[in-house]
Ligand binder design. Sequence first.
Ligand SMILES: *Cc1c(COP(=O)(O)O)cnc(C)c1O
Length: 229
Amino acid sequence: MAIETNLQIVRTRIAQACASAERSTDAVQLLAVSKTFPPEAVAQAAACGQRDFGENYIQEGVEKIASLAHLPLVWHCIGPVQSNKTRLVAAHFDWVHSVDRLKIAQRLSEQRPATLAPLNVCIQVNIDAGAGKAGVTPDEALALAHAIAVLPHLRLRGLMTIPEPAADFDTALAVHRQAKALFDRLCASGLALDTLSMGMSADLEAAVHAGSTLVRVGSAIFGGRSAAV
Ligand SMILES: *Cc1c(COP(=O)(O)O)cnc(C)c1O
């Protein structure tokens, strides 16, 4: 199906989830995850009014950002960031959702070019303790958040999480609610956070019900990806 139609369907899903959760539709932002798709696909989505795009692989993202520099897009890094890639991320992206170590945050802050606005950062939390998954434990999130909040060239915006696929809505909702409770605890500790990045193609309704402010949607917009990524 065409990207334009898919985008419309996803926007409608978000609006309906907001309505049934009694939240305002503009309380939830749509991040289009364009990993593995060519710049032309991003340009098509941009022509339909989509502004925010997410990339997992830093090199691929940097190339796409360069080839679409003529468009006023906002780029989010949502994949793992190794030490040797922080300079590229700091120079090219507007957001990073996947920070889970202070060392990476410190490098991003040091390497953020002074000519750019602070880099927006979310801490990735392994909310359901999935084995081998990236992210801090919920218990580690508070200390890391306060350590990142004082770094000069970063702006801590919130949390990001990727729950395991759930069999049904209620199971998904319960896990997403744990992330929302952690987010609320961090806010109550004095941090000014505004972003809870959770929900993907399969679980955006549960995420919106639990209080997500940003859903990251790939396949429902761009179609299936050939590689398992
Ligand atoms: C790929 C990816 C998404 C989008 O997943 P879909 O199921 O295609 O919507 C969202 N977040 C992260 C971190 C991803 O890697």
